[in-house]
Design a protein around this ligand. Structure first.
Ligand SMILES: Nc1ncnc2c1ncn2[C@@H]1O[C@H](COP(=O)(O)OP(=O)(O)OP(=O)(O)O)[C@@H](O)[C@H]1O
Ligand SMILES: [Mg+2]
Length: 236
């Protein structure tokens, strides 16, 4: 089922995606999703329904059993691991549910890393990283390490890192799950800016109505596929 009033050339184009996990249990089948540049889509759904699995497949971190994922028109299925890594570095910003902040780098180095991997200009990378840390309210913590941060602070570092290289596609898994409502609203504005001003496409998995409230579309993932819900937004 196609759920979007689909733009002619979506940045993210998913067709007929299917995935089962050992058990065996079918998470989803025949899933379609099209997200345009400049569009922010949120995905909600019960715990265990397959939201994180879907995001991982979209980023080429997990394999679908069937179907196709295209990013910028290019199918990612045929890419080898080197090409997928490159695609992720250059075009995708991913906020993991478990953050994955590298413990042996400073927080500033963590945030600068995506830029450092694709550009030789370390000064510019560090300056941009400082800007992003300031935007998530951690401007004075760049020299510190992950071990000294709270869960919500780590989550904000992960968000800064995902947006630092202005990725074409933003994939975020529960990015406000550890944040108080005020901080959540503040970082959600960063995603919204990246999409509305930066022209990124974003798919954000969330349980929070505040996240869903910044969305162009809210999709509910069920074992039967996407059930569309009118965006926006149940109060709050
Ligand atoms: N490699 C695996 N082997 C067995 N089961 C798996 C595997 N990977 C995922 N699963 C199962 O698939 C289901 C979907 O997991 P997933 O993490 O995608 O759910 P989710 O929708 O993100 O849930 P939550 O909201 O709790 O984060 C879960 O029941 C999980 O246990
Ligand atoms: Mg999950």
């Amino acid at each position: 089922m196609t759920v979007s009033p689909s733009p002619s050339d979506p940045l993210l184009d998913v067709r007929g995606l299917a995935k089962s996990v050992p058990g065996p249990r079918r998470l989803f089948a025949d899933l379609d999703l099209a997200v345009a540049a400049g569009e922010l889509v949120t995905i909600v759904g019960e715990s265990g329904v397959g939201k994180s699995t879907l995001l991982n497949i979209l980023a080429g971190l997990d394999e679908a059993d069937a179907g196709e994922v295209r990013i910028g028109g290019d199918p990612i299925g045929p890419l080898d691991e080197t090409a997928r890594t490159r695609l992720r570095r250059e075009r995708i910003g991913f906020v993991f549910q478990a953050f994955h902040i590298l413990p042996y780098l400073t927080l500033g180095q963590n945030v600068a890393l995506p830029l450092a991997l694709i550009s030789a200009d370390a000064t510019a990378a560090n300056a941009r990283a400082d800007t992003m840390l300031a935007r998530v309210g951690l401007g004075d913590r760049g020299g510190g390490y992950a071990r000294d941060l709270s869960g919500g602070e780590l989550q904000r570092v992960a968000i800064a890192r995902a947006l630092v290289h202005r990725p074409a596609l933003i994939l975020a898994d529960e990015p406000t799950g550890n944040l108080d409502p005020e901080t959540a609203t503040r970082v959600l504005a960063l995603f919204a800016d990246a999409v509305r001003e930066g022209g990124s496409a974003a798919v954000i998995v969330t349980h929070s109505d505040a996240t869903a409230a910044v969305a162009d579309r809210v999709l509910t993932l069920t074992p039967g596929g996407f059930a569309r819900r009118d965006a926006p937004r149940a109060g709050g």
